[in-house]
Design a protein around this ligand. Structure first.
Ligand SMILES: [Zn+2]
Length: 315
């Protein structure tokens, strides 16, 4: 009887300690980083996204521990390091590339779709060039660790990201990524899983099992700057929670739908337990993990232009 009580006590103490640790670990930074634009002096008045009103609910935010992950272990971040580290203290720029579709689109018929797509051949050529020029690919979890100063940064690496969870991520992108020993991060809209044209759980599990990172991209792809705080929390938190529960791993990377975000959206994303969030902007520094810039790769990105973009950051 006594033994049972003791073990119960140990369990309770352990849980309390874990909870306390998680609270402390996830509440960083105590002082929120200024938006990168403000730091860079771009004159946007400190607003993360100047062209939108957004909800001015920042003041009402109650800093509370996030509930998106299934349990204490869910908050741990995999420290799988597959890249060649830069010398200690050196933090090279990490180009983050943004893709949507890997497919064929007739530009004349669907100019918008063309802009969001690269052909399988274009994508393979890009991977081949990265591979043969000594670039490595890293996950957004790796990027988040590097930016936060947690462990080494990759010396010469590029992060590939795919938005929205289209089916061709599985049919076209995955086999080519695997062929070049590359990794990528796939941002998934949780309510779109299994819809026509989108990946289902089977495909997402295959991505996971191939070493790809799965990130969240909201529940149904709304403009997160235009909703009530409770809706915002649901969109941000539940999308990751659904993915984490089904895939059995923490979801640490988020991508703002439509590239829309503001200070409130950033704060909620941080509170929800994510480690980074990507935008669709290119003019940001890489100092705020919740406002990361990306380089758009589209149908009219020639191979020469692609190489030029990467070399501009990593000669
Ligand atoms: Zn999207």
């Amino acid at each position: 009887m006594f033994a049972m009580k003791a073990s119960t006590l140990i369990l309770v103490v352990g849980l309390l300690l874990t909870a306390a640790f998680l609270l402390l670990a996830e509440r960083e930074p105590a002082v929120r980083l200024a938006p990168a634009e403000a730091v860079l002096g771009f004159g946007f008045g400190g607003s993360a996204q100047p062209d939108q009103g957004g909800a001015s609910a920042s003041d009402d935010l109650v800093m509370q521990p996030a509930l998106m992950q299934p349990g204490p272990t869910g908050r741990e971040v995999q420290a799988r390091q597959t890249f060649t580290p830069a010398p200690e203290g050196v933090r090279p720029y990490l180009p983050i590339l943004m893709y949507h579709y890997v497919r064929y689109v007739d530009r004349a018929v669907d100019p918008l779709g063309f802009g969001l797509s690269v052909t399988p051949e274009q994508f393979a050529a890009q991977l081949a060039w990265l591979h043969s020029n000594g670039y490595e690919t890293v996950s957004m979890a790796d990027v988040a660790r590097c930016i936060r100063g947690e462990g080494p940064c990759p010396a010469r690496a590029v992060a590939l990201t795919f938005d929205d969870g289209y089916l061709d991520a599985y049919t076209e992108a995955l086999p080519r990524l695997v062929a070049y020993g590359s990794t990528a991060t796939f941002y998934i809209v949780s309510d779109f899983i299994g819809r026509p044209g989108y990946m289902g759980w089977e495909e997402l599990r295959a991505l996971r099992d191939a070493g790809m990172e799965i990130g969240a991209h909201s529940v149904n792809h709304p403009d997160l700057t235009r909703m009530r705080l409770d809706e915002l929390r649901d969109q941000v938190g539940r999308s990751g929670a659904v993915l984490a529960a089904e895939l059995g791993q923490p979801i640490v990377s988020f991508c703002y739908p439509l590239g829309r975000y503001n200070d409130t959206v950033m704060a909620v994303t941080r509170e929800a337990g994510y480690r980074s969030a990507t935008t669709t902007r290119t003019d940001l520094s890489q100092y705020d993990p919740f406002a990361l810039p990306r380089l758009r790769i589209s149908g009219d990105t020639s191979q020469a232009r692609f190489e030029e973009m990467i070399r501009a950051y990593l000669p």
